[in-house]
Design a protein around this ligand. Structure first.
Ligand code: HEM
Length: 173
């Protein structure tokens, strides 16, 4: 990964992004933060519905159909803005424990969200039966907590030294 990260930093797109980094990186990070707000807001609305604390005037299907496009649209936005930040600063991002831990959580969180939103073919009948089960509610809470961990890990990318010897960044600099 080290040699790939160093090679990527010598490419012309990486160089071009760094030439404009004074406005490009803060701009892209700001869009990334807006994406976080959309994902967390939508997940929270679905979680409140599953727990029966809000939106109970709508079926679970109506709630998920309303928020699912925002979640997956924003995840797409995170991927694009994330790739721009990686290409601009590949050594900072790819030689980083927090970054890879975050990507593992993004994969698990996205899979769980997809199971919730698209996993049940005839959802209407099954869900109104499932939604009252403790396991179903617990899985919804776990999914939300996973995305909270993604936020913390995203912020820790800039402070990777806190992982001590786990942080490859320490050996690098
Ligand atoms: C889908 C794939 C994603 C990729 C490739 C990605 C990549 C990145 C990268 C490269 C950074 C910059 C870190 C730095 O240089 O300091 C970052 C920051 C961050 N990311 Fe992501 N990210 C993704 C998804 C997400 C998601 C889903 C969330 C939360 C729901 C998230 C939350 C954050 C946070 C909180 C930061 C720190 C922002 C800041 O300090 O300005 N990311 N991400």
């Amino acid at each position: 990964m080290n040699s790939f990260a160093h090679w990527l930093s010598t490419t012309s797109p990486s160089h071009a992004f760094r030439v404009h980094e004074s406005w490009l990186i803060p701009g892209v990070q700001s869009i990334h933060i807006v994406g976080i707000a959309v994902i967390m807001g939508s997940l929270f609305m679905i979680l409140l519905r599953i727990l029966g604390w809000a939106g109970t005037d709508q079926t679970l299907r109506q709630t998920t159909d309303r928020f699912a496009p925002w979640i997956f649209g924003a995840l797409g936005l995170q991927l694009v803005t994330g790739i721009v930040m990686i290409v601009a600063e590949p050594v900072r991002e790819l030689i980083n424990f927090s970054f890879w831990a975050k990507m593992v959580f993004v994969a698990i969180g996205t899979t769980l969200a997809a199971i919730f939103l698209y996993g049940f073919p005839n959802r209407e009948q099954q869900w109104d039966r499932f939604v009252n089960r403790r396991t179903f509610k617990s899985l919804a809470i776990v999914t939300f907590v996973i995305f909270l961990c993604i936020i913390v890990l995203g912020r820790l990318i800039a402070y990777d030294h806190i992982w001590g010897s786990w942080s490859p960044a320490r050996q690098e600099f």
